[in-house]
Ligand binder design. Structure first.
Ligand SMILES: [Zn+2]
Length: 181
């Protein structure tokens, strides 16, 4: 289900198909809100506003991380890749295969690849890439590879469940006024 809206951005007109917001279980909402909290931490520390955490099948938070691209001067230090690097050091692939990654924004192409490599098979995210693209505008350095995580995982040899977008209004707050044209 998509909702089509014409957006006027400067001299260009962008047509966006916004994915429909999903309703989460109380448990998923709890953890996703924690990922959103980390998006604020990231921004407060001068980074792009994204947070992530990985939670085991039993409900244990294995790792929490926020975007550190500015702090670490590392363009690959996204919240999800950071969380996966730490989780992979401390936990077996078997544990990760039963874990869920929560992200305040839909994982990008790089992070979708990292999630796949980690063995994680469940992803819950708040803001979808289409809405984030609208927020970022047309500035070159803000633009991304425009594939959705759901499209990317169609190429996966095993199913990876993706739930999102969800908690859109809550997750949007960390982005307000951040992406300057
Ligand atoms: Zn990423």
């Amino acid at each position: 289900m998509h909702q089509s809206i014409n957006l006027s951005m400067g001299s260009e007109c962008v047509t966006a198909d916004f994915p429909k917001e999903e309703t989460l279980s109380d448990t998923d909402a709890l953890y996703l809100r924690q990922a959103i909290r980390h998006s604020h931490t990231a921004r407060e520390r001068g980074n792009r506003p994204f947070g992530a955490l990985i939670v085991s099948k039993s409900g244990e938070t294995l790792v929490e991380f926020y975007n550190q691209t500015k702090e670490a001067l590392d363009c690959t230090a996204h919240a999800e890749t950071g969380a996966i690097r730490i989780a992979s050091l401390a936990h077996s692939r078997a544990v990760l295969m039963e874990s869920t990654l929560y992200a305040s924004g839909e994982p990008c192409v790089m992070c979708s690849g990292a999630i796949f490599l980690s063995g994680i098979r469940r992803v819950v995210y708040a803001l979808d890439a289409v809405r984030m693209r609208q927020m970022r505008g047309l500035k070159e350095e803000y633009r991304d590879l425009a594939w959705s995580i759901k499209e990317i995982y169609q190429a996966s040899p095993h199913p990876i469940e993706c739930i999102g977008p969800a908690l859109i209004d809550e997750a949007s707050l960390a982005h307000q006024g951040f992406w300057q044209p």
